[in-house]
Write a protein that binds this ligand. Sequence first.
Ligand code: ADP
Ligand code: MG
Ligand code: MG
Length: 533
Amino acid sequence: DPPSTSSVCATLKSPTKSQSVYIMAAGDIPKWPPTISESQLESLTLLATTYALSHGLVYLPVADKQPPAPTSTIHAPISLFPSPIPRKLFNQAKELQSIYNTLYSRIATQEEFLDHVMGEIEGVGKVDEFTGQLWRRWKKLRDENKISQPLQLGLFRSDYMIHTPSNEQPSLKQVEFNTISSSFGTLSERSAQMHRYLLKSTGYYESSPYLKEENLPPNQTTAGLAEGIATAHKAYNTSNARVLFVVQDNERNVFDQRWLEYELLETHSIHVLRQTFDQLATSAKVDPSTSALQLHLPGSSTPYEISVIYFRAGYTPNDYPTSAHYDIRYLLESSRAIKCPSIPLQLAGGKKVQEVLTKPGVLEQFLRNDKFWNGEVYSTQKLEAIRETWMDMWALDEGEGDSGVVRARDESSSLVLKPQREGGGNNVYKESIPSFLDSLPVSERQAWIAMKLISTQQGLGNYLVRAGGGTESAGKSSEVISELGIFGWSLFGGSDGQVVEKEVGWLLRTKGKDSNEGGVAAGFSVLDSIVLI
Ligand code: ADP
Ligand code: MG
Ligand code: MG
């Protein structure tokens, strides 16, 4: 008999139930986590948190206001065991990244498409203030002929879950494709290293036949993501230029960003400057004759020229408390610096674009076999492989009359509704959907998409450890859901139409199964890593 959910989820209180360690659950995913004793759990927790603190797998602590120079850190939220991912699906996700990198690069260069889908005249920008603000400024720049840098850089993360409906083989399904501030690359590398260390240093992983070094895939996201930025920096081709990280004032996930900064300096000899939008209001100037972005910083008599602007802020309306903040974005966008992302690339990452791509014929508009495609043929099979990673999606305002909304009501129990937002905490799930639809003005329907929920494997567990405790770290394993992210970068937009791109590593985030949302920064998930099965 397949084990029931409760027996598969090992708890220390019921050691007899968890003795049948190697029972295979549906879809060939083993029972998880392996059994350990209470004292082993204590020592594993000590080793894991100490490793995290020693190796910069850390966050700034919660504080009303961070001191200018931090004096302490806390370990990032982590899992004690890596989580099982089928080897075939992991490889598939990595292979698809190159096509996804190219697809979203191509979307970002198709102005007509983005105007239609995200613009203020016919698209989402008409009803969504945030999207409209960004689109308007991009449009203004085009109308004024002030786009002075054709090249664009993307640091992407394509997120997936493993769809495991009963009686079906598990398959890879995309949650979303991030084109701005794709985070947790460098911390994810460290979390994978931590699990490798726990395997080496303790015998506790030996109770599972899967937990062997050869089943823990390598993860070099830090070098990979920094290489993307360095490639754009080189393309800018100005000695002494620096890279600008645009950051949030109250950011706690600063170390994830700093690791990239150190890699750029140590491996590529590229200097990074960090600025918030508020600081940029006084420091940033665009040279009227060359369009170079120059930062005038206190303590430096000459300004710094910026080669690449890497946004770790600007993805949420909270980063733009006044219209002056949008105007700073406009100023940066008008410069000759290479933007990561540009406004159009940010718009390309909208949930609405993800939904429109699923309409017949739309994917083909971007992945045609023509001279722009690095000589690669986008065969029907390749397009199908991409399409197969999509769940059903539709627009709330689509169809005759209310049909988009009627369908959303009918199918609400297997649905999530998403607005055009990033960073977690914005979606509406299942039973909350009907009353939400009651209160949603008809005019705002266009800002939302409906997406079928991915149904993940039940009965997988893990130990989730958060600094300062919390219910899920109280010494027992929780039933969990994992989300796989694949990182990639892409440099594109030149007159030759070339897209230079690469897949550069992965992230595994794991959350308690009762949490709808999944962000680590938003406090829902922990950093995990992969054991291939
Ligand atoms: P954001 O850009 O805010 O991260 P996401 O689309 O990633 O938005 O949604 C946030 C979280 O909601 C995801 O991390 C995931 O946990 C959950 N989620 C989103 N879409 C689905 C889906 N189709 N099926 C199951 N869970 C989903
Ligand atoms: Mg997400
Ligand atoms: Mg996102």
